[in-house]
Ligand binder design. Structure first.
Ligand SMILES: Cc1cc2nc3c(=O)[nH]c(=O)nc-3n(C[C@H](O)[C@H](O)[C@H](O)COP(=O)(O)O)c2cc1C
Ligand code: SF4
Length: 499
């Protein structure tokens, strides 16, 4: 993963934890309304893919165990991981693109309701993504994947030459010559693997995205409602289809690219169809980027414009993330696919403890606060969810007190300790297992391996009933919290342990 060159090490600083009475009187543990729902407290576990679904996208026992464990900590809301809206194979990512996925998802909603005794609201993040292929072996690329065009024939010197000869010739050329013969996209496909873009309007399915996505998202939202989820989060963030429409890099020549109103058109049309399908009495919001953090990408001004448009359209909440783009991702190894959290924008999305002068804690807060202030200035009261390095009560309470956001999202901190919410509410904050922001979990995500946290995945492995990862080395969920026997956690120094 990319790290800021300054490499200043940071450790989480929880400050003073509140007593139970202080927590009860705090803003953080006060209710907040999002659309027709009331969250008991202003805490939120943002979507995190744990790679627990079946190979064909169904909810498994491991998925149920994962969310049950989070629900036991009783945050205000949990957002289930990015779940695919299409009925196409997408590995072990959860899917909601067909009614056959409903029984598993229904069970997931039931398990969370039961484990939290109805205290935690459950939303599901619904996503569309475009094709991305693994970086090819160069010989195979020239032999099979590259589409031979007149330009390649011209470089070869004979327009009527057999394709096989041109392919063999290209495969034997030195790199510097290849860089001159291939165009930018062909070279990218060779070096990084083929990746579709929303601007590839010469491809019929890409051209047709605006006519197809509203119904796909709406069907997915209908299924979410039928399964008992309390709401849906439209995934308009990071490297995926809808974020790519919002991006300043979206130069589609039709009504869906170019100026910001055009770029917001499809996200608004998707929302309109979702709303029409699920009705006004159901929570629908979105996650999008406060800043894309890539050259030529969308800025805070764009995000402020989008926030106003989404709020006026009637979204029930706006959750702000940052970065996480393919555009600056690290080159993958041959046989692997590019991963959008490996470049600078990836760092901005999931900052680790090696940082720059701004540090990893609350990196998205100033941008979030400015977007919220702009909304409030237009008399738009849509609740705003903040995330990024939030781990302490003081930090969360301050961002609410300073009107930077309405809800505090804790992703990796909740993964490090899903009982954070219960512990802090009960005045037992000193028993919180603090996230060290090592990004061990994120490396697992990148490798599509079952996500765990290094702070607990080797603990009490011999406990009866402990389920282990496929490599047999790690437990899949954290041990249960035993308040009577637990000890205050001292902050260990971050390790560079890798999964
Ligand atoms: C393992 C892992 C998986 C993630 N999966 C998603 C996802 O499915 N959707 C999403 O919007 N963000 C995803 N994220 C990003 C988090 O929701 C969050 O924005 C990010 O980790 C920063 O917040 P934090 O500092 O509280 O962890 C993921 C993060 C991690 C660590
Ligand atoms: S592995 Fe654990 S400690 Fe490290 S970043 Fe992830 S949640 Fe935090």
């Amino acid at each position: 993963m990319w790290r800021p060159p300054e490499r200043i090490p940071y450790t989480p600083s929880p400050g003073r934890w509140p007593s139970a009475a202080e927590a009860a009187a705090s803003r953080l543990f006060s209710p907040v309304r999002i659309g027709v729902l009331t969250l008991r407290q202003r805490t939120w576990v943002p979507a995190m893919v744990p790679w627990r679904g079946s190979a064909d996208g169904f909810v498994t026992e491991d998925v149920l165990d994962w969310y049950e464990r989070f629900a036991r900590g009783r945050p205000g809301a949990i957002v289930v991981e990015a779940t695919g809206i299409r009925d196409i194979p997408s590995g072990p990512l959860l899917r909601i693109g067909h009614d056959r996925f409903l029984p598993g998802l229904r069970e997931l909603a039931r398990v969370v309701r039961e484990a939290s005794e109805g205290e935690t609201r459950l939303l599901i993040q619904i996503i569309d993504f475009l094709t991305i292929r693994r970086r090819p072996d160069p010989l195979r690329y020239f032999r099979e994947f590259l589409a031979i065009t007149p330009r390649h024939r011209h470089a070869y010197g004979r327009q009527d030459a057999p394709e096989a000869d041109i392919r063999a010739w290209l495969a034997s050329r030195p790199r510097e010559q290849i860089c001159k013969i291939l165009d930018r996209r062909e070279l990218e496909s060779l070096d990084y693997g083929y990746r579709e873009r929303v601007t590839d309007t010469h491809l019929e399915p890409i051209l047709a995205l605006p006519s197809q996505l509203p119904a796909l998202f709406a069907d997915a939202a209908r299924r979410a409602r039928e399964c008992g989820f309390d709401g849906v989060e439209l995934h308009y963030a990071h490297a995926y289809t809808m974020a790519s429409f919002l991006s300043q890099r979206n130069e589609r020549a039709d009504d869906y690219g170019g100026e910001a109103p055009n770029r917001a058109r499809l996200p608004l049309e998707v929302f309109a169809q979702v709303r029409k399908t699920v009705g006004d009495d159901y929570v629908v919001g979105c996650r999008f980027l406060a800043e894309e953090c890539i050259d030529g990408g969308s800025t805070l001004d764009d995000a402020t414009y989008f926030a106003g448009a989404f709020a006026r359209a009637g979204m029930d909440f706006l959750s702000l993330s940052r970065g996480g783009k393919f555009d600056d991702a690290r080159q993958p190894k041959v046989g692997e696919a590019a991963y959008p959290y490996t470049g600078r924008s990836g760092y901005e999305c999931m900052p680790s403890y090696y940082s720059d002068a701004r540090g990893p804690f609350g990196r998205n807060l100033e941008a979030t606060a400015r977007i919220r202030a702009a909304l409030r200035g237009q008399q738009l009261s849509t609740p705003i969810v903040a995330a990024g390095g939030i781990h302490s009560f003081e930090q969360a309470e301050a961002l609410l007190a300073q009107d930077k956001a309405d809800i505090a999202g804790l992703a990796r901190q909740a993964l490090a300790d899903p009982d954070w919410f219960t512990k802090v509410a009960r005045g037992r904050g000193d028993e919180v297992r603090l996230c060290l922001y090592t990004n061990y979990c994120e490396v697992l995500d990148q490798r599509h391996r079952q996500v765990t946290c290094e702070l607990w995945d080797r603990e009490r492995l011999d406990e009866p009933g402990v389920k282990r990862s496929t490599d047999g080395k790690r437990r899949l969920t954290p041990p249960l919290w035993e308040p009577a026997h637990s000890h205050a956690q001292s902050i260990p120094s971050p390790s560079d342990r890798h999964p």
